[in-house]
Design a protein around this ligand. Structure first.
Ligand SMILES: Nc1nc2c(ncn2[C@@H]2O[C@H](COP(=O)(O)OP(=O)(O)OP(=O)(O)O)[C@@H](O)[C@H]2O)c(=O)[nH]1
Ligand SMILES: [Mg+2]
Ligand SMILES: [Zn+2]
Length: 272
């Protein structure tokens, strides 16, 4: 039988086969092959002996927490308490796009902004729309539900951004723990600790404590550059890195205000 691993607690894996859950162990062969089954893995199980027999080839996986075969990553981006962090947003986009996962941004806490701050945010929203990155606010649950149907979805974002709150809004039955920032002593302690894929309509969705953004340190310059959709323009040099080169179209577009300055400045930081 073919199913999806939705939960792991030490060497016990919960596998969803057509919405029936089987608690399985991994066969010894995985230990010798040095592969560990991950949440998100598509697996073949023996439902009687309760063993995972095989792991199907992975499309991708992310680390810390480890999860495989992610189709969509929703970046939960709080605009206040904690403030909007465009550096973290661009870093997460870079990692997600590099791993061939579709990113979606979900802004939270827009209700805490005054009208001037809302105008500023709208400029940013318009820009990410323009470069083809879908974004919503956390009240638009119907639109987001449509967007993620039939996919494996993970949430990421800073602690206190509103990931668990958003999931509870999608599906009240989940009843996940949420925490006011003040109560978590402002130490940035994550309320959500382990990874589990929840069935939500036709999708599987995981609330994560946020992915480590360190992976970007292992990317080549070329790989970082390729995750910026708006940099696919004709510079004088075909392999232009948009740094100190002459006649660089990207730098020209930044100066004209067509490419968002924060996007370019974050790019410079990642390249360094
Ligand atoms: N005003 C306002 N508060 C919100 C909104 N979304 C979430 N919150 C509050 O923000 C706090 C943190 O929300 P959580 O859902 O626990 O945040 P989290 O991203 O799951 O945090 P970790 O599990 O620690 O990673 C809670 O007090 C929520 O009630 C929103 O749209 N507006
Ligand atoms: Mg949480
Ligand atoms: Zn260039």
């Amino acid at each position: 039988m073919k199913g999806t691993i939705v939960k792991q607690i030490s060497n016990l894996y919960t596998v969803n086969v057509k919405d029936v859950l089987y608690e399985c162990r991994a066969r010894g062969k995985f230990y010798y092959d040095k592969i560990t089954p991950l949440v998100g893995d598509y697996v073949i199980i023996d439902p009687e002996k309760k063993y995972i027999l095989d792991i199907l080839p992975r499309n991708n996986y992310l680390n810390r927490p480890s999860i495989a075969n992610i189709d969509i990553c929703i970046i939960i981006a709080s605009v206040k308490e904690p403030n909007l962090d465009l550096n973290l947003l661009d870093k997460l986009l870079c990692i997600i796009i590099h791993n061939k996962i579709k990113p979606i941004i979900c802004f939270t806490k827009i209700d805490l902004l005054n009208s001037q701050e809302k105008k500023e945010l709208q400029k940013i929203i318009n820009y990410y729309n323009k470069i083809g990155i879908k974004n919503f606010n956390n009240m638009e649950t119907n639109k987001i539900t449509k967007e993620i149907s039939n996919n494996i979805v993970v949430l990421t974002g800073q602690t206190g951004a509103g990931k668990s709150t958003f999931l509870n809004k999608l599906d009240h039955a989940l009843n996940l723990d949420t925490n006011p920032i003040s109560k978590s002593l402002g130490r940035g302690v994550h309320t959500t600790r382990h990874v589990e894929l929840f069935k939500y309509k036709t999708s599987f969705i995981a609330d994560t404590p946020g992915f480590s953004a360190l992976d970007i340190n292992e990317f080549t310059k070329e790989e970082i550059k390729n995750t910026y959709p708006e940099f696919k323009v004709d510079c004088r040099f075909k392999d232009c890195n948009h740094l100190k080169e002459d006649n660089c179209k990207v730098k020209e577009l930044v100066e004209k205000g067509i490419i968002l300055e924060s996007r370019y400045n974050n790019y410079l930081k990642f390249m360094r």
